[in-house]
Ligand binder design. Structure first.
Ligand SMILES: Nc1ncnc2c1ncn2[C@@H]1O[C@H](COP(=O)(O)OP(=O)(O)O)[C@@H](O)[C@H]1O
Ligand SMILES: [Mg+2]
Length: 390
């Protein structure tokens, strides 16, 4: 794994979504060429990559082609098959390590790992079969049943208020392995993006405060409106998790802040994260440039934030004329761009669907209050609910 991959070389990327698209442009800015492996002909990353290998992630001919071409490879989504990363790791530098991805892919392994390393998590129980789903401890109710695998944006989750609802939720998920977590009385939710090199050098970005709507990230406010002590503690937890994992690459750690002031690790993503998009416009080094740097074995960049930032996600709903309409039209982007410190990012997805991540806007300002004002105005003008709640 030692040595560096010099600009001009090819880097490989598993997955073609918007996180991959932003990785591509960061890598290309540093002079690399990028090959994307993704089955979708119109994937956001595939359309900006220097080469798009259109195939499944376990297609052996495609993996062989990718491994002949690239000097290093990474992933933009955590559900990439571990076997694909392991195959590539025999022939090229791969970050993050497949073993770390395997932990982050599975809530049961993730919770067990965090517990074993004494990072506080919400009280939970593992549900592997009907008997376990029927014998849950009372202190976990009310709670949330979450599928161990393939959950995202609140999908694969059910809130439960009684023991019988736990059993019903477990059955409704088809009997797959789940965790039941006690519902935490949240003051807020925060996340920390960290990057760690193969030498153990580690940096973190300022803490983001995250607001969700219908289980999907709506807004990230950075710096989070928490005390400096709590922000420092959150960054230390995230750095501690990265080193306990012997992580290499960019990692996001989501944390709950409970009303009684505790920080609980919720989940981790072994890649750049939606809540870290502010780093593109607000920081010296973006999470995507850092992903390139770690993969290529280059020194880490500065994570300092120039200005307060509020990121607003743009879901496909913005393309619909009104909440009940089936009519899709291009939003009036002047509503965003009339704010000179609002930075618009669109992912080039052809089809707007409700709940689909289509882009984001980062509002910058000398003070957080001004950035929040801009975010509120943009939400209102684009018809995104919840501008009053920021
Ligand atoms: N134990 C919990 N207590 C309170 N709220 C929770 C709990 N678990 C999840 N949530 C809420 O649901 C959201 C999604 O849950 P999460 O575990 O992050 O799954 P994912 O982001 O993969 O859908 C969280 O951001 C939080 O708002
Ligand atoms: Mg989450």
């Amino acid at each position: 794994m030692t040595g560096t991959i010099a600009p001009g070389a090819w880097l490989g990327l598993l997955g073609g979504g918007q996180l991959g698209r932003m990785f591509c442009t960061a890598a290309q800015s540093l002079g690399y060429r990028v090959a994307v492996l993704d089955p979708d002909a119109e994937s956001p990353a595939g359309t900006v990559a220097d080469r798009h290998i259109r195939a499944d992630f376990l297609d052996s001919a495609a993996l062989a082609e990718l491994s002949r071409l690239v000097s290093g490879a990474t992933t933009e989504f955590e559900n990439v098959p571990a076997a694909a990363l392991e195959y590539l790791a025999q022939r090229a530098r791969v970050t993050p390590p497949a073993a770390c991805v395997a932990i982050a892919q599975d809530r049961i392994r993730e919770k067990a790992f965090l517990d074993a390393h004494r990072f506080a998590v919400a009280p939970y129980a593992v549900l592997r079969d009907e008997a376990e789903a029927q014998a849950v401890a009372g202190h976990l109710i009310p709670g949330i049943v979450k599928s161990a695998r393939f959950g995202y944006d609140g999908k694969g989750q059910a809130r439960v208020r009684s023991a019988s609802e736990v059993a019903a939720a477990f059955a409704a998920m088809g009997g797959q392995a789940c965790v039941l977590e006690a519902l935490i009385d949240l003051a807020c939710e925060v996340s920390v993006i960290v990057a760690r090199t193969e030498h153990g050098d580690t940096v973190s970005w300022p803490v983001a405060e995250n607001r969700h709507r219908d289980g999907i990230l709506d807004v990230s406010i950075v710096p989070a409106r928490v005390t400096p002590a709590l922000a420092g503690a959150a960054r230390q937890i995230a750095i501690g998790i990265a080193s306990a994992l012997d992580y290499r690459g960019v990692l996001c750690v989501e944390l709950f802040v409970s009303r009684d002031g505790r920080l609980l690790a919720n989940e981790m993503a072994p890649r750049p994260h939606n809540s870290g998009h502010f780093t593109i416009d607000a920081c010296v080094t973006s999470q995507f440039e850092q992903q390139v740097r770690v993969l290529a074995g280059l020194p880490l960049g500065d994570t300092r934030q120039h200005e307060p930032a509020v990121m607003v996600n743009l879901l496909g709903d913005v393309w619909y004329a009104d909440p009940h309409s089936a009519t899709v039209r291009e939003p009036d982007w002047r509503a965003v761009l009339r704010h000179p410190q609002a930075k618009l990012h669109l992912y080039g997805k052809r089809q707007a669907r409700r709940g689909r991540k289509m882009g984001h806007v980062t509002c910058l300002a000398p003070t957080l209050d001004e950035a929040l004002d801009t975010a509120r105005a943009i939400k209102r003008d684009l018809g995104i609910p919840g501008s009053g709640a920021l």
